[in-house]
Design a protein around this ligand. Structure first.
Ligand SMILES: Nc1ncnc2c1ncn2[C@@H]1O[C@H](COP(=O)(O)OP(=O)(O)OP(=O)(O)O)[C@@H](O)[C@H]1O
Ligand SMILES: [Mg+2]
Length: 478
């Protein structure tokens, strides 16, 4: 059949300027932008309110016996039920229908796990390993390329580590606040973010400088209102609880972006202030590394001052990227930027250190790994193999598959671990969960290896005749 030539024309031909004008509307001014923002905020609150409790906070779903015995406490269902029957003091779960499956809150699951860890077989890894006496590990997820899966990876790692039994602190360094939304955080101003911790670090530096100035008979530098207020703040003031019993949050919101302007100004007035260490020092000062097992930092798609702080505080750096040319290309440049940024800090500091006869600084991470996310084996195997060849061991051999569960569940549901498996086809659920469980497993291997290395080093420094005690669950360090 012959085609109508009119219909075959591409859509950009034949646009009438008058018709286009009729659709255009009036010019847009600043007030209109405010109106757009205001309607978006209303829509957001409406959406955020759905599925939430009346007081506006998210609640975590329940966990079924099937899910607990399959994913969280590896015992046979029959044995699990028997242990519950024999121990009436343990949480017994609730049913939705008579004789239906038993469901438990995560708090109850954690109590049950503690029971199994204390009473059950020693050979089974009920509780995850952490060497005694060593600080929490800090993991930063970073890439200056946007949309590569940083926040998804950070949120899923936090949730899987929490399900595994670790106590987790999630820190949102991105003023977009996506991570904060996932954990339903409440952040009124920058004072509920890491901002006061960074400001306090500078204020303490300024106070130390002023003591030196007084000794030299020079006038002290003034501490403004912000800095004086920051001196009163500590991590406990900005850490909030989330709907996950073992995940706490330091949130972010738009005002946090202000830190990107403020930090360099502070540095200008006090060259001795090591701005890149502010966050890590705050964690140490406030005992954060003792209160948690794992701190996970989500960073913005930029190598700004907050990201640099996050990277300096981190022991493990994960760099997510997709198996596409553009993401490979810009991730390569991200590594180049990391190198020049940290090398220039080292150079600047070490010139002074050498002159003063002080030890030189050297940045070091337990592990730095690029991780392929949103992987489509059908389309991307060749490019991924090529990336693997160039990156070598820096690219984790594990690839996180693309799964509709993340996009679908979206930020509202908080991803796979918050989704109720009954809402999905079992197989889709199992596959999606598997790829994020494997993301966590690859990360946990780095985590345990890094802890183990520290433990062995501490033992050899202590001059112990015997090597450090073998971890209880040898398999976990294998
Ligand atoms: N494994 C996956 N499968 C499918 N979609 C995914 C997967 N991981 C992430 N996504 C989707 O990719 C998009 C970008 O992810 P995300 O927001 O985590 O990236 P980001 O790097 O944090 O972005 P930004 O740079 O803006 O902070 C989101 O829509 C997310 O749902
Ligand atoms: Mg993000």
């Amino acid at each position: 059949m012959a085609q109508d030539p009119e219909e075959a024309l591409p859509p950009y031909f034949g646009i009438s300027p008058d018709e286009a004008l009729a659709e255009l509307g009036a010019p847009v001014g600043t007030r209109d932008l405010a109106a757009i923002a205001e309607t978006c905020a209303r829509g957001r609150d409406d959406l955020a309110g759905r599925g939430h409790e009346a007081h506006g906070r998210k609640t975590l779903r329940l966990f079924s016996t099937w899910e607990i015995t399959r994913y969280l406490i590896p015992v046979a269902q029959a044995h699990f039920r028997r242990v519950l029957r024999q121990n009436p003091a343990l949480p017994q779960g609730r049913t939705e229908t008579a004789g239906g499956a038993k469901w438990f809150t995560l708090d109850e699951v954690l109590r049950l796990r503690a029971h199994f860890a204390a009473e059950g077989s020693r050979a089974k890894p009920y509780a995850p390993w952490r060497p005694a006496g060593l600080p929490a590990k800090v993991a930063a997820i970073a890439n200056f390329k946007g949309g590569v899966g940083k926040t998804s990876m950070a949120a899923h790692l936090a949730m899987s580590a929490a399900l595994d039994g670790y106590r987790v602190l999630v820190v949102d360094l991105d003023s977009q606040g996506s991570m904060t939304s996932i954990f339903s955080g409440r952040v009124a101003t920058e004072w509920d973010t890491v901002f006061p911790l960074v400001a306090r670090d500078y204020a303490l530096g300024l106070q130390a400088e002023n003591r030196r100035r007084v000794e030299r008979g020079e006038p002290p530098l003034p501490l403004d209102e912000t800095l004086t207020a920051a001196l009163e703040k500590s991590a406990a003031d900005v850490i909030q609880r989330t709907h996950w019993p073992s995940i706490d949050l330091i949130g972010a919101q738009l005002n946090l972006y202000w830190a990107e302007f403020q930090i360099p100004v502070w540095r200008m007035s006090l060259r001795a202030w090591k701005l890149w260490e502010a966050l890590g020092r705050a964690f140490e000062r406030d005992g954060v590394l003792d209160a948690y097992d794992l701190v996970i930092l989500d960073t913005p798609p930029a190598l700004g001052y907050l990201t640099i702080n996050g990277l300096t505080a981190a022991d493990i750096l994960l760099v997510p990227l997709g198996a596409s040319f553009l993401e490979f290309d810009s991730t390569g440049r991200f590594f180049d930027m990391l190198h020049s940024t940290f090398a220039s800090i080292e150079d600047g500091e070490n010139i002074a250190a050498r002159a003063l006869g002080r030890p030189e600084i050297r940045f070091e991470w337990d592990a730095v790994r690029a991780v392929i996310t949103r992987y489509d084996a059908g389309q991307q195997a060749e490019l991924a193999a090529l990336m693997q060849a160039y990156f070598g061991r820096t690219l984790s051999p594990f690839r996180q598959d693309f799964t509709a569960l993340v996009g679908q569940a979206g930020e509202q549901a908080g991803g796979i671990y918050e989704a109720d498996y009954r809402d999905f086809n079992r197989e889709t659920y199992a596959r999606g969960r598997q790829t994020f469980d494997a993301t966590y497993a690859a990360f946990k291997k780095l985590l345990l290896a890094a802890w183990r290395r520290d433990e062995l080093e501490a033992a050899s420094e202590a001059g112990a005749a015997t090597t450090a005690r073998e971890p209880e669950h040898r398999k976990e360090t294998a």
